[in-house]
Design a protein. Structure first.
Length: 276
């Protein structure tokens, strides 16, 4: 298994330098084809009028979006020059999340920027990582805007005996095989769950070894507080990449995630590979 096709989602209203650099690094390490993708819809102003004036506003807004998309394509092609096995550009006048969900069939992995911490992003201009996780059926590599290095030397797998975590580990295998140190960690919810956690981590370490990945396991003595404990472990081992299953459900059209998933959608220091 490898990443033959990497898709990188680019936003019209956010910096893209970090995710383009990470896409270039993945392309070089796996000799991958890279697809750059973006989409946007013009959002009429609140004071929207009608008639001839309305048409003028629409035409100007749509022209501005087309111009920004053209510049973004040029930035993408320049960033991938001499790095990717081949490149392709896909764009549309559409809502970004909807367009990427449709086009995700062409990719092995999708690189996205972090989700907004303080406010909801503009759905007309950028894809929401939470929605992409729930709908694409592909692993997401989420990178912080402040880091342009995909450090695969030390990898932390945040284990939980659930289908999402199992998929995430399989999806991450190409990166895990290139890592120097892989740690599988599970946080038991309570003392009664420690034995099951130890057994699950042991099985995962053995499974990884049979797939060419040398790993070690951790089940801390402290129970609960998973997000805080996993963050501490990631810092202690110097993890440049965290691999995790994304746990969530839908409620009134809003994706609601647990604490660990929320943190990994909004990484501050390291990349996260998430699968649903």
């Amino acid at each position: 298994m490898t990443y033959a096709t990497v898709m990188v989602s680019l936003a019209l209203d956010r910096p893209n330098d970090a995710r383009l650099e990470i896409a270039g690094q993945l392309a070089e390490r796996f000799s991958a084809h890279v697809i750059g993708i973006t989409a946007a819809e013009f959002s009429p102003p609140l004071y929207f009028t009608d008639g001839e004036q309305a048409q003028k506003i629409l035409d100007e807004g749509q022209a501005a979006i087309r111009n920004r998309i053209a510049k973004l394509e040029a930035q993408f092609r320049a960033a991938m020059q001499n790095r990717a096995a081949a490149v392709q550009w896909r764009c549309a006048a559409d809502f970004p999340t909807r367009f990427i969900v449709q086009q995700a069939r062409a990719a092995d992995i999708i690189i996205v920027g972090e989700g907004g911490r303080d406010a909801l992003g503009d759905p007309f201009m950028q894809a929401d990582p939470g929605d992409l996780l729930m709908q694409t059926g592909r692993p997401l590599l989420v990178g912080p805007e402040t880091s342009n290095w995909l450090d695969m030397r030390n990898v932390l797998i945040t284990w939980k005996d659930a289908p999402e975590a199992r998929r995430a580990v399989v999806d991450a295998l190409p990166m895990l095989r290139k890592a120097k140190d892989v740690i599988v960690a599970e946080i038991a919810e309570d003392e009664a769950g420690r034995a099951a956690a130890l057994s699950g981590v042991k099985d995962m370490v053995a499974w990884l070894s049979r797939h060419g990945v040398l790993a070690s396991g951790q089940v801390p003595d402290e129970c609960g507080h998973a997000a805080a404990q996993l963050g501490r472990i990631a810092s202690e081992v110097g993890a440049g990449l965290v691999v995790a299953g994304a746990y969530g459900h839908s409620r009134l059209r809003e994706w609601v995630f647990g604490g660990v998933t929320k943190e990994l959608i909004n990484p501050s220091k390291r990349c996260s590979l998430l699968s649903r």
